[in-house]
Structures are given as structure tokens and as C-alpha cells.
Design a protein around this ligand. Structure first.
Ligand code: NAG
Ligand code: NAG
Ligand code: NAG
Length: 390
């Protein structure tokens, strides 16, 4: 079962059912008489979407996509539409609420409580709307057709990922649908110059940030594992668990008899326990390139050379993102900002490392040694008369 499928089995329809039925005597789900002249039918026999049957008219909230993936900084649309069956003759006033469950709270360990941790993104009623928190001023409803309540998010940020819920309420009925938002990016293991298992959780968080990345979520590591990531050292994830991805079971990595998958140590002490980190680098708005036409450089010269070229020495996360998302392929080892030496290969070939694509690493060599260098140039754009680095 895929992670998405696992997440879809959240007990949400049941919860909604009970939230409604709790307002009524019994929470039994039988046909219940109600004194306001309307008639609630049994909804626990519904189609599992938590729909409420009301005077024969049903509100449907649907999304053609259960997940959407996008790149950092882009504009993304999370589809959501509603309609009535049969169509209404007298229009009802609807209220639309988009709420959100951030990705780092979406691990299976906490999914039982997850339903209750949603926070509001935007609420709209008629032409009025309001957005909240970090979404303020960045979100709107698409409204390209009647019933189109798709959410448009501008300037997508790394921490916008997670499960979004589109809920339509018309005073009598309520239905909702969820859409998962994933960021295109790449997960990479990161460890200290001193060797493995030197980071507590907070240090791991900072190390990823220093590489223009964030600690990976469980979902991101799971996707990376599905795509073949196999790494036998345990690393912190954004939810404070420590895990590692194994595609080929073997001794010393959970054993030969354990099925492939993510091996988890569960939640560890964020201060006391030390591991590596799994970082997630989203696409970069800029270019990573190998600096051509220079002699080999020591580390200090490498930093200087990029700067003389009008750019900066690239960070590890930027190199991984350029490799994975832009197909950067270059068979020369180069310095990176953290003092490591690596090179990106998308088409494996002789004399360029193993037979699979990947970012090859020479670890952290002494800084007087001479290599090439990878530089990063951010794109500039004009914004209200200012030059703003993206
Ligand atoms: C997400 O990241 C942005 C900057 O990248 C920050 O301003 C914002 O507060 C963060 N939001 C949350 C919910 O952590
Ligand atoms: C490097 O130098 C060669 C010849 O001097 C030139 O043809 C080439 O365009 C240069 N490459 C870059 C990236 O500047
Ligand atoms: C790199 O070489 C320069 C001389 O070109 C020297 O001043 C500097 O100390 C060297 N850096 C390292 C880390 O060896």
C-alpha cells in the first residue's frame, strides 16, 4: 500500500459522521426524526464520503486530483468543486473553508490525532474572504466556474506541504475533500565532517538549513525510498523520528529477513540522541554550474572563484536539487560550501562512479587539496521597483 493510500484510510468520514450525529440523540446512525420539518436519513450507510442526505438534495464536494506536486516559488492550484444533486432551484449561501495539516505532522504515528490539528488557510463567504497565518495575502479562490472553489497558492514555500481540506458549508449541509500538496524535490542523507551520528535533532535541522534544505518529512523519505533510496545510516526526520530507507535488506541494516522499507527507531530524544540527518532540497530558482576554465583550486580559492564569477559556491542541497530536477550532469569533482567535494551524474558512465545515477561524494577532504568548484547563481527579478533575489 502506498503512503497516500495509507493516509486515505484516516478515520475521517467516521469522525464527521459522529460529529453530526452527536448533535442528535444516540449517535446510532438509524433513521432519525427531527422536529424542524427536515428529515435526516441514515448516513452511516452512505458512500463513505461523509455526505449528508437532506430532503433528497445532496451537496457534493469533489476534487479530480487527490495530490498535487509543485516546485518551490511557483503558483499552485489545489482543485475543489462543489455541486448539488439534483440541482438547486433556490441558490444557497455557501461558506468555503480551506484548512491544512502541515506535512511534518502527517506521519502514521500521529495520524490518529491529525484530524484535530488542522489549521485554517482561508475562509470565503460570497465575495468576501480571509486568509490566515503564513498564507495571508498569498491565497485566493480560483472561481473559474460556478462551484469552483479551487485554492490558488502563490510563492509556494517549502513548509506549505501537507494535506489540505476543502470544506463547503451551506448552513444545512457540509461536505469536504482533501488534496495533498507535495513539493518536487530530493531527499539526501547528510552527516558531519567528523563522521556519522553527530547531530541531535536541532543540529540536524540547522545543518539541513545551511545546505538550503529542510529536514525531510516522513512522506518525502518514503517517496525517496520508493524511488530507490537505500541508506544504512539512521537520520532525523522533521517529526523528530529517526529512520533509514532500505531497498535491499541485508545484515547490519535491520537484517536480511526484514522486508524492504523504512526502518524506524521511532521518536528519539531531540537533545540527547545523535544521528545523521535526512534533508529535503526543493527546486532552486537559480542555476548551479561547474566553474569552467579555471585551474584546480583549494577550498579558499574555490569560494573566491565563484564570487569573482558573480555567484556563490553552491550548497549541497542546491547541487542535489540541480541534479535531480534539472538534470545537472558533470563528471568533475568540485568543492561545495560545506567543504565537501561532490559531483552530479544523471547518466551513469565509465569513470564517473557507480552504475546508477547519483551525486558522488568524496566526503570532506583536507582544504588545501585542489579540485574544481560548483557555483550557484540566483536569478534576479524585479519586484515593485526593487531587485529582489529569489
Ligand atoms: C514557512 O517558511 C516561511 C519562510 O520560508 C516562514 O516565513 C513561515 O513562518 C513558515 N511557516 C510556518 C508555518 O512555519
Ligand atoms: C572556456 O574556454 C574555451 C577556450 O578558451 C572557450 O571556447 C569556452 O567557451 C570557455 N568556456 C566557458 C564556460 O567560459
Ligand atoms: C589556498 O591557496 C592560497 C594561495 O593561492 C593560500 O593563500 C590559502 O591559504 C590556501 N588555502 C588552503 C585552505 O590551503
Amino acid at each position: 500500500m502506498s503512503f497516500a493510500a495509507a493516509m486515505l484510510s484516516l478515520p475521517r468520514p467516521l469522525l464527521v459522521t459522529c460529529v453530526y450525529l452527536l448533535l442528535l440523540p444516540g449517535c446510532q446512525g438509524r433513521i432519525l426524526g427531527y422536529t424542524n420539518g427536515f428529515h435526516y436519513q441514515d448516513i452511516s450507510n452512505g458512500n463513505g464520503h461523509g455526505e449528508i442526505y437532506f430532503n433528497g438534495i445532496r451537496l457534493h464536494v469533489e476534487s479530480p486530483q487527490s495530490s498535487v506536486s509543485a516546485t518551490r516559488g511557483s503558483t499552485v492550484t489545489l482543485p475543489c468543486h462543489y455541486h448539488y444533486e439534483p440541482e438547486l432551484t433556490i441558490p444557497r449561501k455557501t461558506r468555503v473553508k480551506w484548512s491544512w495539516l502541515p506535512a511534518n505532522t502527517m506521519t502514521p504515528q500521529v495520524s490518529a490525532d491529525a484530524f484535530f490539528k488542522e489549521t485554517e488557510v482561508m475562509v470565503a463567504m460570497g465575495s468576501r474572504h480571509r486568509s490566515y497565518g503564513s498564507f495571508r495575502g498569498r491565497v485566493r479562490l480560483r472561481r473559474s466556474a460556478p462551484g469552483d472553489m479551487s485554492l490558488v497558492i502563490n510563492e509556494l514555500q517549502v513548509n506549505d506541504t501537507g494535506r489540505y481540506r476543502c470544506e463547503v458549508i451551506d448552513g444545512l449541509e457540509d461536505d469536504s475533500v482533501t488534496v495533498d500538496l507535495e513539493l518536487r524535490g530530493v531527499v539526501f542523507p547528510y552527516y558531519s565532517q567528523k563522521g556519522r551520528y553527530h547531530y541531535n535533532f536541532f543540529r540536524a535541522q540547522k545543518e539541513c538549513q545551511d545546505q538550503d534544505a529542510t529536514l525531510a518529512t516522513f512522506e518525502q523519505l518514503f517517496t525517496a525510498w520508493e524511488e530507490g533510496l537505500d541508506w544504512c545510516n539512521a537520520g532525523w526526520l522533521a517529526d523528530g523520528t529517526v529512520q533509514y530507507p532500505i531497498t535491499i535488506p541485508r545484515d547490519g541494516c535491520g537484517g536480511k529477513n526484514l522486508a524492504p522499507g523504512l526502518r524506524s527507531y521511532g521518536q528519539r530524544d531531540r537533545v540527547l540522541h545523535r544521528y545523521d540527518a535526512f534533508c529535503f532540497a526543493a527546486s532552486v530558482k537559480g542555476t548551479v554550474y561547474f566553474l569552467e576554465n579555471t585551474t584546480k583550486l583549494n577550498f579558499t580559492e574555490a569560494i573566491q572563484a565563484c564570487s569573482s564569477d558573480g555567484s556563490q559556491i553552491a550548497k549541497v542541497g542546491q547541487l542535489y536539487a540541480a541534479w535531480k530536477l534539472m538534470g545537472l550532469d558533470h563528471c568533475d569533482a568540485g568543492w561545495l560550501a560545506d567543504g565537501s567535494v561532490r559531483y552530479p551524474i544523471t547518466k551513469a558512465r565509465a569513470n564517473c562512479g557507480p552504475s546508477q545515477p547519483g551525486v558522488r561524494s568524496f566526503g570532506f577532504p583536507p582544504q588545501y587539496l585542489k579540485f574544481g568548484v560548483y557555483c550557484y547563481r540566483s536569478m534576479l527579478c524585479f519586484n515593485a521597483g526593487q531587485i529582489k533575489p529569489y
